[in-house]
Design a protein around this ligand. Structure first.
Ligand SMILES: Cc1cc2nc3c(=O)[nH]c(=O)nc-3n(C[C@H](O)[C@H](O)[C@H](O)COP(=O)(O)O)c2cc1C
Length: 197
């Protein structure tokens, strides 16, 4: 089958954090240019981070490097802050009351100026008010994550069942067959976006 063309839209790997929540995102983009440019991030309405962003006035975008601990992607990309403190097992600092991981290339602090409803997601737009670089490590691209996610996430099968991995967000479904009407509970794509492991 022809590969979905949207997978050729290049993007990076980030953690968006705000007071009370944080999660992995690949949908960060600089959308204006000035000394304090606007930066947008698209966050699924089902994510707790979306709820928290709506209550807060600031968020932080952290850039992940190729060397990032895969457990960070597992924790921040597949668990919810609704019932767990994702930062508990990792080194972090606090910036304006927002938790920020230390295992990153650097971070940007943004003041929310707008939010746009885009069906499944909301796009939060923030003005860059501060930033800090920790190192010059190479940033991880979403495409790099896709190619290396087996090692990064160490996908293992349960009771000899087949693992079906969502090629969009990495969610894993276990079962001998994947129902054709299956929809990814994390990102909503259909069964044709899943790969058998
Ligand atoms: C590689 C990757 C990219 C992701 N990109 C996004 C994204 O751009 N927007 C989004 O809302 N969720 C994205 N997610 C899913 C969230 O990180 C995930 O649903 C998380 O568990 C939400 O946590 P929360 O409930 O604490 O907000 C991505 C996950 C992965 C693994």
């Amino acid at each position: 089958m022809e590969r979905n063309l949207t997978r050729d839209i290049l993007s990076g790997m980030f953690v968006v954090s705000t007071e009370g929540s944080a999660c992995i995102v690949d949908t960060v983009m600089q959308v204006s240019s000035s000394k304090e440019p606007l930066i947008s991030v698209s966050v699924n309405k089902n994510n707790y981070t979306n709820e928290c962003l709506k209550k807060n006035s600031k968020f932080v975008i952290s850039i992940l490097s190729k060397k990032v601990d895969g457990n960070i992607i597992k924790k921040f990309g597949f668990e919810t802050s609704r019932d767990t403190d994702k930062f508990k097992d990792f080194d972090y600092i606090e910036v304006d009351g927002i938790k920020v991981l230390k295992d990153i290339v650097g971070y940007m602090v943004l003041e929310i100026v707008d939010a746009i409803d885009v069906e499944t997601h909301d796009i939060f737009i923030g003005r860059l008010v501060a930033s800090k670089r920790f190192n010059n490590d190479e940033a991880m691209l979403y495409q790099y994550y896709q190619e290396h996610k087996d090692e990064l996430l160490k996908v293992t099968t349960k009771n000899n069942q087949t693992a079906w991995v969502c090629t969009v967000c990495g969610y894993v479904y276990y079962g001998d067959t994947l129902p054709s009407d299956f929809k990814c509970p994390k990102c909503g794509v259909g069964s044709d976006a899943f790969e058998k492991k």
